[in-house]
Design a protein around this ligand. Sequence first.
Ligand code: FES
Length: 211
Amino acid sequence: MSEQAIDLKKRRFLTGATSVVGAVGVGFVAWPFLSTWSPSAKAKAAGAPIDVDISKLEHGQLVRVLYRKRPVWVFRRDATAIDDLKTLNQELLADPHSKENQQPAYAKNIHRSIKSEVAVLEGVCTHLGCSPTYRPEIGAADLGGDAWKGGFYCPCHGSKFDLAGRVYAGDPAPTNLVVPKYHFISDTLIRIGVSPDAHEVKPIFKSNKLT
Ligand code: FES
């Protein structure tokens, strides 16, 4: 098996019960997730922080949760994906250094996250609000061939984003995907909706664990 094939196998894909994340490539694993996650209407309306257990999240896997009625993706990048963020031709990107205010200050870096391995992004295209499809397969012919290092594709009008949510230059989406506020409660638990400097805010509910 080639190195790339192994890499693709690693980049498995978890999706929720909805179709928000869209179609996945052959060989990717669809895994029902958070189906029992049911915060109260009051909690949802309040935009309460949510906790996501990533203890079983493997390299390449992506899970989706809802925060303030918007999809949020949490996914784990492998070493190749992290390196690709650095080596990707920056001229291909509209805002490679995240100068636009689309992320908290602690995510203003090459991987647009607190930890390089774990990404947290709003799954909402910055053009007209469709939810892009996870396309982690390196070299996808329909997305640029060898230049494509994995990322997200918005089927509505063709915008592309890399695995840090940085938009490709010239695409309809004007800015990078939003990074929501979040922090790590522990190595395996993320709290979405609260920045690292605001730990005193208590979550009202928790998501269920990956199984
Ligand atoms: S909504 Fe994504 S490209 Fe238009």
